[in-house]
Design a protein around this ligand. Structure first.
Ligand code: TYD
Length: 247
């Protein structure tokens, strides 16, 4: 691959989130992407939600135990928001400020999809929580891994083996179908930020699609500035040409 440069202000790290339903393969893909970025010498961290910071990991335990279900949808959303607030303040923002790329396994779209699906939690509540927890921090790129519900649930069951399903894995088929639809809608509403990737293929094929997306959206080959003697007409902004696919 050519010399990689970042398309936007060079000082700040880039923020990439991975989203999708159960068994969509986020964890595998995020690890592969991290290794590839390491290969281009881009410093990066992998983190996750709920959790990712000591305080939020304590809340993760409560959230996955099903306590949120007892409290009801609004209160459960507040718990996810509280965990996110700690994670953003103590891990994500400081890393981005230091120029480190942050790869996050789930973020605010999970709240929109899981808690907001089918109007369970009013959009006004979701928006208010988002303002408090993340303000104007927006992922530079969100990769949504899309997989048919039966395939995803089978993968999730194989992964946990004899262990019991968590609070969300245990929901019925309709829940997971609604969830998939909610993610598709998020992708359609914000195509600048989101890319929907068919994750039913094998992990290597999906990893190639992920890498191509990251490369095309956030990395570009260095272009030299036009020579000082260039005619005034060439003052049109020079567009960087993406590098060809590097597998
Ligand atoms: P996890 O074990 O991390 O599962 P996965 O591999 O599917 O990411 O469990 C996290 C669960 O929490 C997952 O079922 C989605 C759910 N969740 C929400 O409902 N709302 C949220 O805001 C977040 C971040 C996660």
């Amino acid at each position: 691959m050519g010399e990689a440069t970042v398309k936007r202000a060079p000082g700040r790290g880039r923020f990439i989130t991975f989203e999708g339903g159960e068994g969509s393969g986020k964890s595998t893909q995020i690890k592969t992407l991290s290794a590839r970025l390491n290969g281009t010498k881009l410093r990066n961290i992998v983190t996750r939600e709920p959790g990712g910071s000591p305080g939020a990991e304590i809340m993760r335990h409560l959230l996955l135990s099903g306590m949120g279900k007892l409290l009801g949808p609004d209160a459960e959303t507040l718990l996810f928001a509280a965990a996110r607030d700690d994670h953003v303040r103590t891990v994500i923002q400081p890393a981005l400020a230091q120029g480190t790329w942050v790869l996050c396994d789930r973020f605010s779209d999970s709240t929109r999809a899981y808690q907001g699906r089918g109007g369970q939690v009013a959009p006004g509540v979701l928006n208010a929580m988002q303002r408090v927890t993340i303000g104007d921090l927006k992922p530079d790129l969100t990769i949504i891994l899309d997989v048919p519900v039966e395939v995803g649930l089978k993968r999730a069951a194989a992964r946990r083996g004899k262990g019991a399903p968590d609070r969300f894995e245990a929901e019925d088929l309709k829940f997971h179908e609604d969830l998939r639809e909610a993610y598709r809608q998020i992708a359609a509403e914000d195509p600048q930020r989101c890319v929907l990737i068919d994750a039913s293929a094998d992990p290597d094929t999906v990893a190639s699609l992920v890498w191509t997306t990251v490369r095309d959206r956030l990395l570009t080959i260095a272009v030299s500035a036009p020579p000082p003697s260039a005619p005034a007409a060439s003052a049109t902004p020079t567009s960087a040409t993406p590098t060809p696919a590097t597998q």
